[in-house]
Write a protein that binds this ligand. Structure first.
Ligand code: DC
Length: 226
């Protein structure tokens, strides 16, 4: 099997990207790059510093604000996780809070944010072997990646997966989870810059009826052929 430098995995929310990317990174000994975490981080930091409204209304210099906020950010990439540290403290559960979840698509649709994160991710990866998961990994950020995967799954199944994941930590009505997922899909697929699309040449897998192990096996088979 050839060792591609970058393997991209894109797809809508709760299509299984993170689970699969993690399994794949572990089995190949690659680093895991969870790109959604960076859009979540921007959203979290804007809320934390009370800059969210001003930022989305573009009432401040966006790139300058992002550069300033990111000057205190450190990243550690392992096969298991993309670890994010802000002012020396690991930020993890904060990125999954509902306030962040409900605003992240809006933040991710701002061209300056996408440009900033794209440059940041390219620099971060440098020469490492990575499995990069997100919405535009294969179509924009790592357009030249030799192996691209696109995961899909039935909307109802994705909502159930997200609901299970969320209600492990907090009690939320199912309809709220479903609505938030739909809204996010809609915004992520229709935004002007880097909308969620199937990258050219990607292996498309519907994970609705597959276990994570079955998905992994299919990707490993695909890797043997490229
Ligand atoms: O994968 P996730 O749920 O952590 O992603 C959070 C949000 O970030 C999602 O609503 C869309 C956005 N995102 C993006 O626009 N581009 C990426 N490459 C990854 C995520």
């Amino acid at each position: 099997m050839k060792k591609p430098k970058i393997i991209t995995i894109d797809g809508p929310a709760a299509s299984g990207k993170t689970t699969i990317a993690k399994l794949l990174a572990k089995s190949l000994g690659y680093c895991l790059l969870e790109s959604g975490a960076f859009y979540r981080l921007v959203t979290y930091l804007l809320l934390k510093h009370n800059l969210y409204e001003k930022f989305i209304q573009k009432n401040l210099n966006l790139i300058e604000t992002l550069s300033k906020l990111f000057s205190s950010v450190k990243i550690n990439l392992t096969a298991e996780a993309t670890q994010i540290f802000y002012e020396g403290r690991e930020i993890k559960s904060e990125l999954r809070e509902i306030q962040v979840e409900e605003r992240v698509s809006v933040v991710a649709s701002i061209p300056e944010v996408r440009e900033f994160i794209k440059d940041f991710l390219r620099k971060l990866v440098n020469n490492r072997l990575v499995v990069a998961e997100g919405r535009d990994m294969g179509s924009v950020v790592f357009k030249d990646a030799e192996v691209k995967v696109f995961l899909t799954a039935d909307e109802r199944i994705r909502a159930e997966r997200r609901y299970k994941e969320k209600t492990e930590k907090e009690s939320l009505p199912y309809t709220q989870v479903m609505d938030s997922l739909k809204k996010r899909d809609q915004l992520d697929s229709t935004r002007k810059v880097a909308p969620l699309t199937v990258p050219e040449g990607a292996l498309i897998l519907d994970t609705s009826e597959l276990t994570p192990k079955e998905v992994l096996t299919k990707i490993l088979h695909h890797l043997e052929k490229v």
